[in-house]
Design a protein around this ligand. Sequence first.
Ligand code: AMP
Length: 550
Amino acid sequence: MPVKSIERTPSAHRFPLLIKHLLQNVFSYTPDNEIVYRDQVRINYYTLVERIQSLGRVLESLGVKQGDTVAVMDWDSHRYLECYFAVPMYGAVLHTVNVRLSPEQLIYTINHAEDKVILVHSDFLPLLEAVKDKFETVEKIVLLADGAETRPDTALSLEGEYEGLLASATGDYQFPEFEEETMATLFYTTGTTGLPKGVYFSHRQLVLHTYALVNTLCSFRSAVNVDTGDIYMPLTPMFHVHAWGMPYMFTMLGSKQVYPGRYDPEMILKLLVGERVTFSHCVPTILHMLVNSQVINELDLTNWKVVIGGAALPRGLCRSALGHGINVISAYGLSETCPLLTGALLKPHMLEWNLEDQIPYRCRTGLPVPGVSMRVVDSLGNSLPHDGQSTGEVVFRAPWLTQGYFKDPEKSEELWRDGWLHTGDVGFVDEQGYLQITDRMKDVIKTGGEWISSLLLEDIISQHEAVSEAAVIGVPDEKWGERPMACVVLAQGYEDQVSEEELRNFFHKFVEDGAIAKYAVPDYVRIMDSIPKTSVGKMNKKELRKTFSE
Ligand code: AMP
């Protein structure tokens, strides 16, 4: 029997899911809530929407056509938020440029994305100047300036400065209606090998993703909940996966938002406390920096909720954050997935537990959120049982996953083998339904035919009181293929107080408890001053493997 289609009244409005509709009712509840940029700008929602409309006019006067790509190179700012809305609402594609790429990668992404206009903060002018002779499609450059520096000394030809252009844009701009499948955003993910790959999302996907964030954070009674009264400050760069989609959600909710600009620890702490921020998200590295800073003991952070993603939340870090009153849980996603896939939602009975007992669940990769289908599969694509042990690749379906890599059909097919998005992450699902990622497929340590989870070893060593940060990698070994090596940064005050051998011995307790096999104890522990980080602040294991491959 064919399914029955709904009947459409000819005059019924077919409502496309467009980003502009997220703004539809922002004036109805708390329009006076502020959007704050450092100690420089403070606007309410009326002004935000006005500025978004003016930006529409500016795009028009710059000659931007629907379907063109407009790139942004900025720190986290109210301007970036305005671009998140105005550029896609105009019918153009917003390219959020990773400003920490090498010059070769930067120009590759700008040309590959076919950027027509670039809005660039004055701090990144030298970066752009260095590659300007290799532009293939860029026609216009607009300056984003903080304060007075509206006429910087640059070899680039600038169309004007953002604030000046907005001020001279007149009249109400009406953003058009179009198909919800229209491309809204594009950005590049840098894998461990090869050129950056572009991922892209439609209006429909971003709207559904926004709803999914609301479903996850506002509906379940869990350890971390948010509502319109929360005060939001991102601590991940806005070029990375739409700052996890949170700016769209908090704008739709009409919450107060705080944008910290260039990452300057002093400014971040000042805003955190001064603006009474209640919700942030970041990679573990940032939380780690904060809980290890000198001033942490002078701050009251008991109203601060933090979602950690981008990498696993080690138990040691979770414990010290909770110790400072920071309410922290983990979540999981990829550039390819918009990003939300799973969140470490605590179930009602777990909320009754003391904090120490909650830690393993706060650090779980999480439960799939509404709208997400998840499977863990073996190498033949068969689903594995949810027994807390059977480990395989984690694959997903959801309405908001990139439908491919931009202009790369071959890699797109690889990503979407069998109609499931292949994450390249391995893990298991426990009896309670929680996913635990144990490794990236390329980071897993293969020793004598067995697999060792580098994340589990990091989680263990993070619990040693002398350890501040740790990354575990596989190093080549003639007999076993690979052997684990732990690279460790010591906590302040423990320098010269603990030996590499003592740290190695710490793993033995976990062998006795049955948490790891004897062969998983790292052969080597190296105490280092710091661990190299990637362009988005994650531990750079590729770099570590290169350093220690001999
Ligand atoms: P990216 O596309 O740069 O955001 O990186 C996505 C990758 O980060 C995933 O494939 C995972 O390997 C890793 N990742 C993100 N969140 C988590 C998490 N909560 N636990 C473990 N790994 C994570």
